[in-house]
Design a binder for this molecule. Structure first.
Ligand SMILES: Nc1nc2c(ncn2[C@@H]2O[C@H](COP(=O)(O)OP(=O)(O)OP(=O)(O)O)[C@@H](O)[C@H]2O)c(=O)[nH]1
Ligand SMILES: [Mg+2]
Length: 391
């Protein structure tokens, strides 16, 4: 059996090298942090991650696995795990036969002991993660969590589960999901109060799905819940933007008004104040365009909006999401809508935003279909999406 070692500055890069060189079936046997040396070993270089892997060992790969477990909550609020089929390793062309499994496990354990011994001989610190935590770590990286955040999450689980035997990755993930759940604030759906018109505006960068989300909300509140809904758009910048909303208004059979100046806004709202809800569509704004953001603010001030939902695409990077939320705070945002969940490869990128934002999450959208592809955001669902436990 051939063992190969790969070094890179991040775990992500090292795993990519393993995949590239040995293929997706490669088994990662060990990982550690090493000190690189420059100039014939005289000078310390940057610290690196070393991954030892082999494609000649027929054991379940420590590269991220997908699973078919389902988590349920028992009445005593304990997490119960149900196994609905074979534990699908990703990919799993050949599962070891049960009789071979013991022998291979011994071989793997021996191998790990050897590599750990080698680690101890060098003065580099060793990463001694148990199997489940290691796999959690690589899964988190695969879910688009930054390496730093993945480490933090693994350490939190490790601390919380000290002394407990961790023998099931899904149990470990379920615990982490409960931790993340407590950090995800949600607002619940828009509440309609009888006899009072609720004005809800959607704002955000260009093309994130504001108009489509307005159509989904309007159709659900009007067609399914039978509320009286009106639409106003201030998007007179983009050609066809008005027509896009008008098409939805015609199909759903809703009154609609177009507003071009902040002054017209008050009159338009006045004409619809006998309705249960007004949904206000706005033009997409670059978060970097301070002038346009201030202009948007002037419209919203005239509208006296009850709720201002910031719409963000979940495909954006963690940094962009946080920066955009910061910039749009100037218009008085009150909650967050995350769109295009169906397009995201992983949702770890939304974790920094949902943890640090002062805004609760209101809705999630996961497709282009009006009115179906929208759901009210729930903390546990968001936590599980972040951990790649649900699609
Ligand atoms: N895959 C996917 N596409 C979506 C989703 N929501 C909206 N879209 C698509 O994204 C594109 C832009 O949607 P719009 O609703 O026009 O976006 P917008 O934010 O109003 O755009 P501007 O008004 O130009 O700023 C359209 O093709 C939508 O069908 C979603 O949840 N998933
Ligand atoms: Mg639009």
């Amino acid at each position: 059996m051939e063992l190969k070692s790969y070094r890179a500055t991040t775990m992500h890069e090292a795993l990519a090298m393993v995949r590239h060189d040995l293929g997706p079936d490669a088994a990662v046997l060990h990982t550690r942090e090493v000190q690189s040396r420059w100039f014939f070993g005289l000078v310390n270089g940057p610290r690196q991650i070393e991954v030892t892997a082999s494609c000649g060992v027929n054991v379940p790969s420590r590269l991220p696995a997908r699973n078919t477990y389902e988590e349920e909550r028992g009445s005593d609020d304990k997490v119960v795990l149900r196994h609905d089929g074979p534990h699908a390793l990703s990919p799993a062309p050949s599962r070891p036969q049960p009789e071979l499994h013991g022998a291979m496990q011994n071989q793997l354990t021996e191998l790990q002991t050897m590599v750990q011994e080698l680690c101890r001989r060098s003065d580099a610190p060793c990463h001694d993660l148990p199997e489940e935590l290691f796999q959690l770590f690589t899964d988190l990286l695969d879910s688009d969590l930054s390496e730093e955040l993945a480490r933090e999450m693994v350490e939190r689980v490790r601390t919380k589960t000290k002394g407990l035997h961790l023998d099931d990755l899904l149990m470990v993930k379920a615990r982490l999901a409960r931790m993340i759940e407590s950090e995800v604030r949600v607002s619940g759906p828009i509440q309609i109060t009888p006899g009072r018109c609720r004005l809800v505006a959607l704002v955000g960068p260009t093309g994130v799905g504001k108009t489509t989300t307005i159509a989904k909300l309007a159709a659900n509140y009007h067609l399914k819940e039978k509320h009286r809904v009106g639409l106003i758009t201030v998007d007179t910048y983009r050609i066809a933007a008005v027509e896009q909303l008008r098409t939805y208004a015609d199909i759903i059979d809703l009154p609609m008004q177009v507003v071009s100046t902040p002054r017209e806004m008050r009159e338009a709202v006045g004409r619809m104040e006998n309705l249960d809800m007004i949904l206000l569509d706005t033009a997409g704004r670059s978060p970097k365009d301070e002038v346009r953001i201030q202009e948007l603010r002037a419209f919203l001030t005239e509208a006296d909006a009850d709720e201002v939902h910031l719409v963000l695409s979940s495909v954006a990077s963690a940094r962009v999401l946080e920066q955009t939320a910061e910039r749009f705070a100037a218009v008085g945002t009150t909650s967050l809508i995350l769109t295009k969940l169906d397009e995201a490869t992983g949702l770890g990128n939304i974790l920094p935003l949902v943890r640090t934002s002062r805004l609760p999450l209101s809705y999630l959208t996961n497709g282009q279909n009006v009115p179906d592809d929208i759901e009210v955001a729930e903390s546990m669902r968001v936590a599980r999406l972040i951990l790649g436990m649900e699609g």
